[in-house]
Design a protein around this ligand. Structure first.
Ligand SMILES: Nc1ncnc2c1ncn2[C@@H]1O[C@H](COP(=O)(O)OP(=O)(O)O)[C@@H](O)[C@H]1O
Ligand SMILES: [Mg+2]
Length: 207
């Protein structure tokens, strides 16, 4: 069983959107997926309530309960992947999740404010000694130069996933239907991005 945490000390970077769509893409690729929502606002609760497809399991949790929950999930052979969604700032819940994570994905938008803010996220991850990678998020397909600039700045602070998550209506529409983009619009560009992101993440987890 592998554990990925989606974290960034920045609200609105696309954590919950990526958590939901990555979980769905992994499920479609054959993983037994549990989404753990550590955000006190339970950002993914409505997504899950609207979900009619099943397959992905969901629990809203706090950091303290992970110590008890994770061994149970590990013992249950049906769970091969845990995707943890977190809030926009780091507290003891987020730290507890990071401590048990095999990989942390950090969504970053291509703006100066967002790129500068990663240092705060990276400092915490380095202190904890955890593996992480940035994922460019909500990239405007019409301004590739900005994504390029952000990528150049980010690689100075750590590895960057070779998949760009663009700003696309499919991401928002899929959330409203309780789906991931690979389920909502399987032939769309967003679905292609999420399948690639899952394939890359899976390979990283195997390293
Ligand atoms: N790739 C994307 N394309 C379009 N809209 C997005 C994308 N990612 C996130 N959003 C939108 O941006 C807002 C913040 O996203 P969210 O996933 O809730 O971020 P976070 O969990 O980091 O706070 C939401 O309104 C969401 O629908
Ligand atoms: Mg969120």
């Amino acid at each position: 069983m592998r554990i990925i945490t989606i974290a960034a000390r920045k609200g609105g970077s696309g954590k919950s959107t990526i958590a939901a769509s990555l979980a769905a893409a992994a499920h479609q690729a054959g993983e037994g997926v549990v989404v753990l929502d550590l955000d006190p606002q339970k950002s993914l609760a409505e997504w899950y309530e609207r979900r009619e497809l099943g397959g992905v399991r969901y629990q809203a949790r706090d950091g303290a309960s992970l110590a008890e929950l994770l061994p149970k999930l590990r013992a249950d052979r049906a769970t091969t992947l845990v995707v943890i969604d977190t809030q926009g700032d780091f507290n003891t819940d987020v730290t507890a999740a990071l401590r048990v994570s095999d990989l942390c994905l950090i969504p970053v938008r291509a703006s100066v404010l967002d790129v500068t803010a990663v240092t705060r996220t990276v400092e915490a991850l380095r202190t904890l000694g955890r593996r992480y990678a940035f994922v460019l998020s909500q990239i405007m397909p019409s301004s590739p130069a900005r994504a390029e600039e952000a990528a150049e700045a980010l690689v100075k602070s750590g590895p960057l996933a070779p998949v760009i998550v663009a700003s696309r209506a499919d991401y928002q529409d899929a959330m409203l239907e309780g789906m991931g983009v690979t389920e909502y619009a399987p032939t769309g560009k967003a679905a292609g991005e999420m399948r690639e992101l899952w394939m890359w993440t899976k390979a990283e987890l195997a390293r």
